[in-house]
Each structure stands twice: as C-alpha cells, then as structure tokens.
Ligand binder design. Structure first.
Ligand code: FEO
Length: 400
C-alpha cells in the first residue's frame, strides 16, 4: 500500500536486521525508516533513510519517479536514521534543491562535506513551498526531539509530515501495514498494533521533552485545519480517526497516566523480594485493581519506563544492595528522572537483612520529583515476608 493519496507515495523501507535502535532500544520486530514522495508539477522528496538501506530506498523512489527527478529534498530531521542517504540522493539528483531550516543547515555541515550553497532553500516557521496542487507549510518542532526538527503540513490533502512524532518501533509486516486507519467501531486491536510500541518509542526518545511537544501540538490546533493523515518517520502512516493518536500524545506530553492502574517493578536477589512483589500484585488483583508486574533485572528496561508512564501508580519493591538499591533498579530510577517522570503515586517496599536502606534511596531519588505522591505505608521487610508485613502490604494495596 504505497499510495497514501493519489500523488503522495510511501517510499520508506523496513529494517529487520537492526539489533538495537539508537544503539540501545530492543526492536524485536525491526524498524521502519519512512520517506515520502509528493508528485506534482514539482516533486518533493520528504527525507531520506538510514545509510544501510540506501539502495532499497532509491529503488522505491525510481518506482514512482519514472524519468523525472525530485525538485526538492525536504529535511525534517538531521538524525542519521533519516539523513543517512542524503549524500547519495544529492549526487544522484544534481538539480534537486535542499529545503531545510537554519539549524539543520548548521548540522548539515557537521555531517557532510558537500557544498550545497547553490541548491539550498532555507525555510522558517510558517513559510510555504508551492508544488502545483500541493502546498507545504513548515512548522518548527524544536526539541521533538532534536532542535532542528521541522514538521511539514500539506494543505491540499491535509497531510502532516510529523518527523519522529507519532512514530513507533517495529517494521511493517506487510504492505497493508504501511497505513493504519483507526476507527472506534472496528475490531482491530489497536493497542497491540500501535499504542504500546508508540508509547515505548515516545517516552524513551521524546519523554524528556513534554513541554516542547505541547508547544507543537498547540501550533497544530491554531492552524485551524483538520489533519486527515499523519506521515511520521517511523511506523505506519496514520489515517481515519486521528483523535486516538492525538489524545495519547497529549496525555504523554502532559505526563498524564493512561489508566488508574499500578505498575509493580521489583528487584530481587534470591526471590524473597519477588515473593513480596507478587503478593502485592495478587492483593491488588483481588481488590479488582488493574496491575502489571515486572522484574527489573529481566524485563526490557525501555518497556518498564514506558509502562511507568502508562499507569497512575508505581510500586517499587526493592532489595537493599551495597547500602543502596539493586543496580538495575538504580538504572530504572535514573532513566525515569531523565525522562521527567512526574505526576504519579509512588509506593515503596524495601527489603534488607541487616540494614535495610532501599526505601530511603528511592524516596530521596523519586520523592523530590514534581507531583510525586508517596503512598503510605512505606514497608520494610526483614529478609522475608511475615504476618506483620503481609498485613502492611494489604494496607498498601488498599491505599494504592
Ligand atoms: Fe528517527 Fe530522531 O530519529
């Protein structure tokens, strides 16, 4: 499904060979690097792809270009998963102009030793580019998640080219997967298809920049237009009822939870702390409360971060280690802080045989973040659960 509209074509590629995206995120289902062609009196090429996929990408372009050449290359983002094939494209299409903003131009010189001074079209907020029946309006999206990021809105088809925003992890399994058309009435499991992997992508990569995402969402609403299609740089093109995706982006960037449930994250050495975490999980379930449980040493860290944002409540059940906390939990907390974690309820259960100290460390690290509400009681387990600590867990489960 490469035709998004009659004249806007998907020319992106799948990457099923990648092991870690951005050198750190597991992508068991691969990744897409999206690129688009707008075919009109003038042809605009919207971004390139990672350098590992240049040949396949050029083949996709040639499928639609026939004997024409693109007139413009619009650069939304200079990160190399999108800019990696720029040099090859500039050499292949020598008349093609480069459309970019001033920050991208500065970065261009850092990445490429190519003189583009006679083929540069510098654009800024609100500028437009006429292609014929299509007009691109440029919207600066600074720090979503780099400073040079720029959206382009095509006014004739109401299509938003949104850079990394609204992207997700995972390759397109079939050509039909290239476009998702969400409807509240259909039976497709959208959570499975988009929400979880889009949240994991957003929170881990853009999570720190919620205020900046809010700024660009605000700009979109003041454009006073109805966006009908979103073309991100990763994952499927989004069409149909876009409120589903826009609402989630609004929530995530305001640091609001999606549900009132609880994520329990535990760090255990020999299993006694795990037993307490599972006891708490069962108690919550028995009370009819939504809960999910993750072993911080064995789960995917980026998924734990993502789930911490999904739920209103976070329960950390952690063993004391070197008078501090379990190392993987330390990393989890550090990453939460880096992603501006806030506006949540925090429950703490510590374990320690001779000098339990995990609760102090957790409270000091997370308790000082914005709008973190500590749920009482903070529980100390000495080696193993006993009747007294089980009663306290019951009280905690009630209060969460
Ligand atoms: Fe997909 Fe920020 O690069």
């Amino acid at each position: 499904m490469r035709g998004i509209t009659k004249n806007i074509k998907y020319v992106g590629v799948n990457d099923n060979e990648i092991d870690l995206f951005e050198g750190q995120y597991n992508v068991p289902n691969g990744m897409t690097y999206n690129s688009y062609l707008i075919l009109d009196d003038k042809i605009a090429l919207m971004d390139t792809v990672d350098k590992t996929k240049t040949v396949e990408w050029i083949n996709n372009l040639e499928m639609f270009l026939e004997d024409r050449e693109p007139d413009y290359l619009v650069i939304s983002h200079m990160e190399e998963d999108h800019a990696g094939s720029i040099e090859r494209a500039l050499n292949k299409y020598p008349k093609m102009k480069v459309v970019l903003n001033a920050i991208s131009l500065r970065m261009f010189g850092q990445f490429f030793d190519i003189d583009i001074s006679n083929r540069t079209l510098l654009v800024k907020e609100g500028d437009t580019l006429e292609l014929g029946n299509h007009t691109l309006k440029f919207i600066m999206a600074s720090m979503v998640h780099w400073p040079e990021v720029m959206f382009s809105y095509e006014e004739n088809t109401n299509t938003l080219f949104s850079a990394d925003a609204f992207g997700k992890f995972g390759a397109n399994k079939t050509e039909e997967d290239t476009i998702y058309s969400y409807s509240n009435t259909d039976k497709v499991d959208w959570k499975e298809l988009w929400d979880d992997e889009a949240r994991r992508y957003y929170i881990n990569i853009c999570g720190k920049y919620g205020p900046q995402v809010q700024v660009v969402l605000g700009k979109l609403s003041t454009l006073n237009v109805e966006v009908k299609t979103i073309c991100p740089l990763h994952g499927p093109v989004l069409s149909g009822d876009l409120s589903h995706y826009l609402d989630l982006y609004d929530k995530w960037s305001k640091y609001e939870p999606e549900t009132d449930g609880t994520l329990i994250v535990y760090g255990t050495i020999h299993g006694n702390t795990e037993e307490a975490a599972k006891e708490l999980f069962n108690m919550l379930k028995e009370k009819g409360k939504e809960a999910e449980i993750m072993d911080i040493a064995r789960c995917d860290m980026s998924e734990a971060i993502s789930k911490a944002y999904k739920y209103k409540n976070l329960a950390i059940v952690c063993v004391t280690y070197n008078m501090s906390i379990f190392p993987n939990m330390n990393l989890f907390i550090t990453m939460l802080k880096e992603k501006n974690y806030q506006n949540r309820n925090l429950a703490i259960v510590e374990n320690g045989t001779w000098a339990p100290n995990a609760a102090n460390v957790i409270k000091k690290s997370l308790g000082e973040l914005k709008d973190i509400n500590i749920v009482e009681p903070i529980i100390t387990i000495k080696s193993k659960l006993n009747e007294e600590t089980k009663k306290k867990l019951e009280e905690l489960a009630e209060n969460i």
